[in-house]
Design a protein around this ligand. Structure first.
Ligand code: FES
Ligand code: FES
Length: 158
């Protein structure tokens, strides 16, 4: 049995028929070929699959595609216009905040979710917002520093 779904992904309306057990992550990666969201643990532990669903940061490996029916989804591909990096992407690059890069899409989406709600977070608030995102390479310091650097740049430019 397949189920019809319709959702908005990165501002575009997408319709498809999906199997009931298909996760949102598999739908994004395999059906829409939006492979920026990564499949790490597949059980909600690593945050590599994080996307924004109706304003909430969600592990897309834990959500079924049918549960996203009618919802508004933002993936890492929705942040840049493919000519200009999103400021978070740019500051991660500038501050060398990733090594293998596997965690970066989820980290950046979690950071965007935080800054959408709280444009000038404290260090503790950044750490809390990223607490569901695991990184095996960086030790997290440069990731947190990049986000704080961006928010301090924006504060001094205001
Ligand atoms: Fe979804 Fe790890 S792949 S939390
Ligand atoms: Fe490798 Fe974070 S940079 S997992």
């Amino acid at each position: 049995m397949m189920i019809d779904v319709k959702m908005t992904v990165n501002g575009q309306e997408r319709t498809a028929s999906v199997a009931p057990e298909t996760t949102l992550l598999t739908f994004l990666r395999d059906s829409l070929v939006l492979t920026g969201s990564k499949l790490g643990c597949d059980v909600g532990d690593c945050g590599a699959c994080t996307v924004i669903v109706n304003g909430n940061a969600v592990n897309s490996c834990l959500m079924l595609a049918v549960q996203a029916d009618g919802k508004d989804i933002t993936t890492i591909e929705g942040l840049s216009d493919f000519e200009h990096l999103h400021p978070l992407q740019a500051v991660f690059e500038q501050m060398s905040s990733f090594q293998c890069g596997f965690c970066a899409p989820g980290m950046i989406i979690s950071a965007k979710h935080l800054l959408d709600k709280n444009p000038h977070p404290s260090k503790g608030e950044v750490q809390e917002a990223l607490s569901g995102n695991l990184c095996r390479c960086t030790g997290y310091t440069k990731i947190v520093d990049a986000i704080l650097e961006l928010t301090s740049e924006e504060a001094s430019a205001a």
